[in-house]
Design a protein around this ligand. Structure first.
Ligand SMILES: Nc1ncnc2c1ncn2[C@@H]1O[C@H](COP(=O)(O)OP(=O)(O)OP(=O)(O)O)[C@@H](O)[C@H]1O
Length: 274
């Protein structure tokens, strides 16, 4: 497997609280992977390490590599050019749109990282960039909302704007942190279908934190599960059986199933690919 994302021995503490302990995995180009686990298990913290929004513990052996670039090593962030940073798109639960700007401008913002600095400061976009934004909006079904202000949209529409912005950014990896957490079931389904299409049709790698196991099962091929900051399961989503899920979400059961070294049993691959 050629890893597009590689995480080794990731340790992160907040004060005395160990949020992540010795977490390691690799993700190949084109995978659609869910990060799953109980509240507080470390999913968002892990995702934030992938783009350097959070730094691992100093003097740890933590190493994070994304798209052939070291993001951080031993708790030190390593610099990246604007172009490199743009190769990964981040989608937040709370959308992160500029609320007073139109949908079109919010989507055009996805171009900023790839533009010459003088033009990005002036906020001037070319015709081609406008066309790319319109195309992205059409793909997520919001082209008719182009002129509407972002703060007048529904949650589902806002999340589509955020996805269109990542499309315009031409991100090779899309990292989505609970993108459907605040959406109604129908909007959630639509957003998941859009992400699935981007994964299947464009071959983009998608890593997505989810709370809903049924959604993860429907859309993702592989699950990486965290429990209390430790890697608990990494393998095909089908391997997350009801028994394992019960153990994942309840305290009872983890000890019986063993630690990562001896669980899942050797007959079941720890990694889905590679
Ligand atoms: N900035 C911070 N300062 C202190 N503690 C933090 C900080 N960020 C996260 N934590 C703690 O680290 C642990 C992991 O948090 P994280 O948000 O990564 O969990 P999560 O699995 O994403 O949870 P949820 O599903 O509820 O979003 C939690 O105990 C949380 O309280």
């Amino acid at each position: 497997m050629t890893a597009i994302i590689s995480v080794e021995r990731l340790d992160k503490s907040f004060g005395t609280h160990a949020a992540l302990r010795e977490v390691g995995f690799e993700i190949a180009s084109g995978e659609m992977v869910t990060l799953i686990g109980p509240s507080g298990s470390g999913k968002s913290t892990l995702l934030r390490h992938l783009i350097g929004l959070t730094r691992a513990d100093r003097h740890s052996h933590s190493h994070v590599r994304v798209l052939d670039r070291d993001v951080q090593h031993g708790g030190r962030l390593l610099g990246a050019s604007r172009e490199q940073r743009c190769r990964a798109g981040y989608i937040f639960q709370q959308f992160n749109l500029v609320s007073r700007l139109s949908v079109m401008t919010n989507v055009l913002i996805g171009h900023l990282g790839g533009m010459p600095r003088w033009r990005s400061l002036a906020g001037r976009f070319t015709r081609q960039e406008h066309e790319a934004a319109l195309h992205a909006m059409a793909r997520v079904g919001i082209e008719e909302l182009a002129e509407q202000r972002a703060n007048t949209l529904s949650g589902g529409q806002m999340q589509r704007v955020a996805i269109a912005r990542a499309l315009v950014q031409d991100a090779e990896v899309i990292l989505a942190d609970e993108p459907i957490a605040s959406l109604d079931p129908r909007s959630a389904r639509e957003v998941m279908e859009i992400l699935q299409r981007i994964n299947r049709e464009d071959g983009r790698t998608v890593v997505i934190t989810l709370h809903q196991v049924d959604v993860a099962r429907r859309y993702c091929q592989r699950a990486i599960a965290l429990k209390k900051g430790r890697l608990y399961y990494d393998g095909p989503i089908a391997g997350l059986t009801d028994t394992r899920l019960q153990a994942l979400y309840e305290d009872a059961g983890l000890d019986e199933l063993g630690t990562r070294e001896d669980w899942p049993p050797a007959t079941e691959p720890l990694h889905a690919v590679g």
